[in-house]
Design a binder for this molecule. Structure first.
Ligand code: PLP
Length: 398
């Protein structure tokens, strides 16, 4: 006899409330539209248009041929941790012990997750500056933390308003999450403000998570890291990686550097969740740190030229655009068009086949802006800007 199984509940009822509550990424949502628009020029992507420099790729290929295809220590290859410690010392004056303070992760994405997991208890507040990278709010929510948004605006170059920050700190604040130079605005944080933030963190006993993934792509002056401030050093979780600096997004490699009381927790979590980052990518990253400086510099030089061009074109067209200090994004003000960010981006895609990301994908304070990535060829940027000019003239005067 056949047994008939009946259950009036649906298995769909079983998915997690947290999973349901997290909003989909505004970028992904928009790119579904882009994929259905063939032949469009994309200023939407958030990754280098360069392929990984050949010497780095070759080292990865050699690692495979050489049989380096096994798990590495959980923390990562000791040699890579050592190269990272030397790199951070030489480039940013940071002091991290490679055997204790550094963990190799699957991109900064996993570094960020580990950082948040190591500090958040349910209900803890994490201060985030908007507009910001799409993952920040979602990652905090996934861990049952509460993102507390401090807006920044184009009028003051997307700088942090320190007074507003101070007012946002409550008894439940656990950490301040910084990102500089920023995705999507390209704005950095000056040393004076970082020192004030460090002092605030000490006074209120807060952790600082510092996402410095674009630190090697600064165009004026160098990059100053909050982790180099001695008073704050025991409360900073420093995040960086190889995706943007060495055009290695697909290799999925990053690292966290933090005091031992934090890396001890992160390493436990990392062991259970990932075991270790890719061995092959780690060997390639050693080569990147040994011999990749010239490649990084060549890419930075190209981005710098493109940044100057695209910024001046936006201003010429009548869409005010701050000169970003770093990364490879501009975040022009599209309000003269009279359209919302989303309508502007959809119209531009449909009429002129240029893909940009609506500023609202990076939080409510991104309204009135679009994010354009200049990680694409100068020819593409030139053509895209001509089309945007045509679109703006048509839109504003119709
Ligand atoms: N942090 C910021 C500010 C980013 O823009 C990105 C990627 O766009 C990431 C982290 C994630 O980088 P990764 O490829 O290292 O995971």
């Amino acid at each position: 006899m056949k047994l008939k199984l009946v259950n009036k509940n649906s298995p769909e009822d079983l998915v997690s409330e947290t999973g349901k509550a997290v909003p989909p990424s505004g970028i992904r949502e928009f790119f579904d539209l882009v994929y259905s628009t063939p032949d469009c020029i994309s200023l939407g992507v958030g990754e280098p248009d360069f392929t990984t420099p050949w010497r780095i790729s070759d080292t990865g290929i050699y690692a495979i041929r050489d049989g380096q295809t096994h798990y590495t220590p959980n923390r990562g290859l000791p040699e890579l941790c050592e190269y990272i410690a030397v790199y951070l010392k030489n480039k940013q004056g940071l002091d991290f012990d490679p055997s204790r303070d550094i963990i190799i992760t699957m991109g900064v994405s996993q570094g960020l997750d580990l950082a948040l997991r190591s500090i958040i208890n349910p209900g803890d507040e994490i201060i985030i500056f908007e507009p910001c990278y799409v993952s920040y709010t979602a990652n905090v929510m996934l861990l049952h933390g509460k993102p507390v948004v401090v807006p920044t605006s184009a009028e003051n170059g997307f700088k942090i308003d320190f007074e507003l920050l101070k007012k946002s700190v409550t008894g439940k604040t656990k950490a301040i999450l910084l990102s500089y130079p920023s995705n999507p605005t390209g704005a950095s944080i000056d040393e004076k403000t970082l020192r004030k933030i460090a002092a605030l963190a000490v006074e209120k006993n807060l952790i600082i998570i510092s996402d410095e993934i674009y630190s090697s792509l600064c165009y004026e002056g160098g990059h100053f890291s909050i982790a180099s401030i001695p008073e704050a050093r025991d409360r900073v979780i420093y995040l960086n990686g190889f995706s943007k600096s060495h055009a290695m997004t697909g290799w999925r490699l990053g690292y966290v550097a933090a005091p031992k009381y934090l890396t001890d927790i992160m390493l436990k979590i990392h062991q259970y969740i990932a075991l270790c980052a890719s061995s092959i990518a780690q060997y390639a990253a050693i080569e990147a740190l040994k011999k990749g400086d010239r490649d990084v510099e060549a890419m930075r030089y190209e981005y710098h030229k493109r940044r100057n061009f695209i910024t001046s074109r936006f201003n010429e067209i009548g869409l005010p655009c701050n000169l970003p200090q770093g990364a490879f994004y501009v975040f022009p003000d599209i309000s003269p068009s009279g359209l919302s960010s989303r309508d502007f981006a959809i119209g531009l895609l449909q009429k002129e086949k240029v893909a940009v990301v609506p500023g609202t994908a990076f939080g409510k304070s991104g309204e009135g802006h679009i994010r354009c990535s200049y990680a694409t060829s100068m020819d593409n940027i030139r053509e895209a800007m001509s089309r945007i000019e045509k679109y703006v003239k048509g839109t504003c005067h119709s």
